[in-house]
Design a protein. Structure first.
Length: 283
């Protein structure tokens, strides 16, 4: 199967946004920016522009999965549907020594339930599941919180080799960090609430595929089927794992932004959001 490049997708998005006069090109840099639909709070803006691991205005890039998440969940926040909205939430390090914090794109509270979101826009269509580091197969590097079920965690990480496009590896790292967060790691603010980890992806639409050449459209249709199968498999594996280790108040979901539009339909920005992300016909 031929590899479709990120540049191809980005150029297609820029052509669309430029036509609508909402995109700008960063000087001396082939990066295209669009302003968020809803103004960020000072804290949210700081995290997304000056926080650890961020480059200036990275979330404004038109192909940014963080940008997609920012726009969607800010609409939810503006509608009063969610509270405690945080972007780029670094909840914990998965392993006991070294390594990076698990960086969740979004976290929020809805009806007393804590949600943590890994957002994906175009990445599943030009890249694949990460090759996980050997340290995640070594039980001696696991944190004290998982001492009683470390072999089960090892088996979970070993299943990452079964995935091609859906980023199962990253989700397992997030899951391990959330386990630490909900099981007494120092500095945790967890108070026993129900927790849901969500993998929320954008499913390529017909309106977007109509902009592709025929061979790329064929490839994308094949990949969409593959991604759906892997998403279903991922959800079954992780929820079975959660049940097996007796992790109370925890659930995992795989979702599509395409199927979550009803929650933001009352927003004054609804049409623009859908148009921006090829989720409806232009109006």
């Amino acid at each position: 199967m031929a590899k479709v490049s990120m540049k191809l997708f980005t150029d297609l998005l820029y052509d669309e946004y430029k036509h609508k006069n909402i995109a700008t090109t960063v000087k001396n840099n082939p990066v295209y920016h669009v302003a968020p639909l809803v103004k960020l709070t000072k804290e949210q803006n700081y995290i997304l522009t000056e926080g650890d691991g961020q480059t200036e205005d990275q979330y404004k890039q038109i192909n940014s999965s963080t940008g997609l998440a920012v726009n969607y969940y800010k609409l939810l926040e503006e509608l009063g549907a969610i509270t405690d909205l945080v972007f780029e939430n670094k909840i914990a390090k998965p392993l006991k020594k070294g390594g990076r914090f698990a960086n969740l794109d979004v976290s929020y509270n809805r009806d007393g339930i804590l949600y943590f979101v890994e957002s994906k826009f175009l990445e599943p269509y030009y890249s694949g599941n990460e090759t996980i580091k050997d340290s995640y197969f070594d039980v001696s590097k696991y944190p004290i919180e998982v001492e009683d079920n470390k072999e089960e965690w090892q088996k979970l990480f070993l299943q990452s080799t079964e995935f091609v496009y859906y980023n199962f590896s990253q989700l397992c790292r997030h899951l391990l960090a959330l386990y630490r967060y909900t099981h007494g790691i120092k500095g945790s603010l967890y108070n026993g609430e129900k927790v849901v980890l969500q993998s929320v992806t954008w499913e390529m639409t017909e309106r977007f595929m109509d902009k592709l050449e025929e061979q790329n459209r064929i490839e994308m249709n094949e990949r969409i089927v593959h991604l759906k199968n892997e998403a279903n498999k991922c959800q079954k594996i992780i929820n079975s794992f959660i049940e097996k280790i007796g992790w109370k108040n925890m659930a995992f979901q795989t979702l599509h932004y395409n199927d979550m539009l009803g929650d933001i339909k009352l927003s004054k920005h609804y049409v623009e959001f859908c148009n921006r992300y090829f989720l409806t016909e232009l109006q």
